[in-house]
Design a protein around this ligand. Sequence first.
Ligand SMILES: Cc1cc2nc3c(=O)[nH]c(=O)nc-3n(C[C@H](O)[C@H](O)[C@H](O)COP(=O)(O)OP(=O)(O)OC[C@H]3O[C@@H](n4cnc5c(N)ncnc54)[C@H](O)[C@@H]3O)c2cc1C
Length: 405
Amino acid sequence: MDIFHDNPMLTGVRQMLGAFAKQSIRPIAVKHDRDESMPWDLMKMAQGFGMTQTAVVDGRKALTGKDEDGESGNAKKPASQARIGVAGSEELAYGCAGICLAIGGSGLAASPVSRMGNEEQKQEFRKLLKGDDEKGHIKVAAMALSEPSTGSDISGLSTTARPDGDHFVINGHKQWITNGASAAVYVVWANTDPTAGRAGVRGFIVGRGTPGLVPGRKETKLGIRASETAQVHFEDCRVHKDMMLGVGQSSEGLSDTKKMLDSTRPMVGAQAVGIARAAFEYLVERVQGGTMQGTPMANHQRVAFELAEMEMEIQAARALVHKAAWMADHHMDNVRMASIAKAYGAKVAQDVTSRALTLLGEEALESGHPVEKWYRDAKIYDIFEGTGQIQRRIIARSIFGVNPT
Ligand SMILES: Cc1cc2nc3c(=O)[nH]c(=O)nc-3n(C[C@H](O)[C@H](O)[C@H](O)COP(=O)(O)OP(=O)(O)OC[C@H]3O[C@@H](n4cnc5c(N)ncnc54)[C@H](O)[C@@H]3O)c2cc1C
């Protein structure tokens, strides 16, 4: 137990997923990175442990089998859900960030369903994810927001959802979508009324096989290659109005997507901490066992100071991530902290993996070397879920009250 895992539930999640990362994720991480393939068998195994694709909609009970007070079957809203999320995310990404995203990527789609969906929509989401697909794989979900011309500036979405009787007709192209080619269910964001500004942007639940929903090309990318990223196209895709999120609520349209990202950013920061810790622990082991110019490596100040610097950064990043999650669990406005945690986590992951490459030299440049992989994985954390610049923009706005130009 420590300051970050100060109750049995958090300690249990950390221990369970830490062991899973070491025993089941690490041995297959390099293979799935090299082949750019999803670890379907492991994902099914993780589902069996309670890491279900609907976990975010189902709440904490899905992972731990218990509610906040430790009693099963109580529908009380958990008060440590965000902290469990960050503790678990760090452990899984410590195993492999790509596999972590393969296991948890559906959470991106489940998050808006959980926040804005009514009971019927949650049931539909669960139903679409039930069972295996025709290949025997578990079913996964995708959250389709980004477009070829709109990533950071989501108010510029060009995908439209035109009302037509009891339906909306969706047209547009989405890019860089996690699980985009394989998903059984999509949460797609589209503009329902260009004159309504941000309030016109709404999310829709769309099942695979709906005419006009066309999964597109899979991307080949630098890092987190065990997680699938693909295009998704909507061509006159008719979706019943009952599947529009936020119906019957005082939905704020696009603002809801921003709240959704505030809830997932601490977990993304925690994944970055997991990558940094993986590289750090690898180095500690190497330094302890190695010699340089005839003396133990750890006796060389330059080497020891590098590791001391890394340890400072990792501890600080973890503290920020847990603070952002703790605020979410206590229903506090964590917009600034979520961005700080995500941006700093990404910075630390890039810094630690880069320093690790420098310390190890050419051996770590070889394809398939764990440090080379962690270095590639780390860069993505500065790009998705809001780039480093966008996080700084959010932080600056929270300090000065205006968007920097
Ligand atoms: C592996 C991966 C998985 C992803 N999964 C998903 C997913 O599941 N669903 C989804 O919807 N999207 C997903 N994305 C997309 C991701 O969220 C976007 O790539 C990200 O938001 C950045 O958008 P962009 O690439 O269009 O960059 P742009 O928005 O075009 O930005 C380009 C550059 O300009 C900078 N910039 C932009 N605006 C500003 C500004 N106002 N001030 C200062 N600098 C600025 C950015 O920081 C960046 O450096 C994923 C991306 C990756 C890499």
